[in-house]
Design a protein around this ligand. Structure first.
Ligand SMILES: [Mn+2]
Length: 266
């Protein structure tokens, strides 16, 4: 089995439970999956804020249980992949070194169990023509700043205490905004990731993909876009606890994880 999960936003200051309780839940999911997992894809925003500074960052200790779990999965021979989200893109080799998991910097286009799969967190995948919408324009500007190598370098030299105060509070604001005004599924003709995937799939320059798998939107969606291609948006792992699973035949299902009934196998 191959598992896909995203958007745990662990460490969020806007969550009703603390970082350790939240982490335990995600670890519980991973430990349940490891029974039959050959690969696990963490599709971004696993952390509410992750930045690797030039200095030692004591606050990273709070994630040591999750790091240990990931190391254990890798050691067991499970192929663990991390796709950065817009909250945890600032890994400059540290996450790989800590856990051994494979960290992608671009959307992953892979063949899994005989199917062609396109996997990305999803932020910044804008269908053409939508770049001019003010809200999207603002997001692109911010994203460019986040990815700017000079800004990244400068932030790396900041004392972790200051950097984290900025980062976690920025993330908290965006979480509270979302909680106050949730953005449900916009429909097939308005949802950016659906439109992006349709455009990508229709473009003769691109290869066909059986599945387009994303996080980012915090909605659970399984939608056919052509007769042989589907878009899967993974939901989240802080409210809905949804994930996708691909079986040996390459069939993908979107599932809800029952935190209270699944028994992890150690
Ligand atoms: Mn995101």
């Amino acid at each position: 089995m191959i598992y896909f999960l995203s958007d745990a936003h662990i460490g969020s200051l806007a969550m009703p439970y603390d970082v350790y309780e939240h982490q335990r839940r995600v670890i519980h999911m991973l430990n349940t999956f490891k029974k039959d997992a050959t690969a696990i894809f963490l599709v971004g925003d696993i952390f509410d804020f992750w930045y690797e500074y030039k200095w030692r960052d004591k606050s990273k200790k709070q994630y040591s249980a999750l790091m240990q779990c990931l190391r254990h999965l890798v050691k067991r021979g499970i192929s663990v992949h991390f796709l950065p989200g817009n909250h945890d893109l600032w890994t400059f080799g540290g996450l790989h070194k800590l856990t051994g998991m494979h960290v992608h910097t671009r959307p992953a286009k892979m063949e899994l169990n005989g199917k062609k799969v396109y996997i990305a967190h999803g932020d910044g995948l804008i269908p053409s023509g939508m770049e001019k919408i003010p809200q999207i324009k603002r997001f692109i500007r911010l994203s460019k700043f986040f990815h700017n190598p000079v800004a990244q370098k400068a932030f790396q030299f900041m004392p972790p205490k200051w950097g984290n105060a900025i980062g976690y509070n920025w993330a908290k604001r965006s979480r509270l905004k979302e909680l106050a005004k949730p953005c449900p599924y916009k429909g097939e003709d308005r949802e950016e990731l659906v439109l992006y995937s349709k455009e990508y799939e229709a473009d003769p320059k691109h290869h066909h993909h059986d599945y387009y798998i994303y996080g980012h939107r915090h909605i659970a969606l399984d939608l056919p876009i052509t007769s042989d291609s589907r878009v899967i948006i993974l939901g989240d792992c802080f409210q809905q606890y949804t994930y996708a699973r691909m079986d040996e035949k390459g069939e993908v299902t979107l599932n809800h994880f029952d935190l209270w009934n699944e028994e992890p196998n150690n």
